[in-house]
Design a protein around this ligand. Sequence first.
Ligand code: CP
Length: 326
Amino acid sequence: MLPLFTKQNFNRMENFFSIKDVKNIKKLLSNALKVKANPIANKELGTNKTLGLIFYNSSLRTRISSQKAAYNLGMDVIVLNIGSDGWELESKDGVIMDQGTAEHIKEAAAVISEYVDVIGIRCFASLKNSAQDYSEEVLQNFIKHATVPIINLESSTLHPLQSFADLITIETNKTKPRPKVVLTWAPHPRALPQAVANSFIEWMKEADVELVVTHPKGYELAPEFSNGITTEYDQKKAFEGADFIYAKNWSSYTEYGQILNSDLSWCVNSDKMSVTNNAKFMHCLPVRRNVVVSDEVIDSENSIVIEQAGNRVVSIQTILEEFLKK
Ligand code: CP
């Protein structure tokens, strides 16, 4: 017998893997502004509910903001650091597990679902194999085998909680209905994933903004994200008249995971900010000072990186409320 409500006719969020899981972005943003105005308005909503946080990789903001949001809703929190505290998990089907992995995600996801009501997972890209990273094997396996909602805390290719916080930050700082938002690549000594840039573009495509992306040649993002966007290879020209400058490094997608350029002339500095429309400076953090952005810019009154990080509590709390209200 079919269940009364199937995934097709149940018009609510099942998981938060990407912006595609959001049924109504305007409504979600409106809910976020209510959370921001009064973070403890729903203090009882999460009573007797537990948030499980699974980290394959390091974190400062995601870890603490998720815990803080859960506490604001009256939830308990359990954190598992895969690698240091937990068994190494297998994500491939049909594998003979006689190597390093001790447990399959099939069991792990189902078992963790017995203990918690919502699971957040962070698992970065390997940057070795684009097909594998872009298949989102780990997060998709958790979604398949868990019996509770999954929240993406930054996967191989996406960081939707960051982008939602970015949208909230732009909404609350904009001085005109349709601001010009520039996503600029910046140098970095290590090869970093494309997740933040990919997600930011996805969310800005849905927002009422003029988006321009600037990067050196060779740093074009995957077509599913870069198609239809305005790209300007001259960074200073891209900055002209901008209301928001969002700096982020990412490694090459076309020469997958490679650093093709370490030219410090791409660092965001006061000279470049001078051609903007008194733009606010944004970065998801952590940031390498005087590599990605000069001290002068990040320490200026136009820098909103701390408020932006503060909005990470708002973004995950708004998503948790979606699941708890179900
Ligand atoms: N921006 C962000 O996700 O920060 P953490 O890596 O410190 O969580």
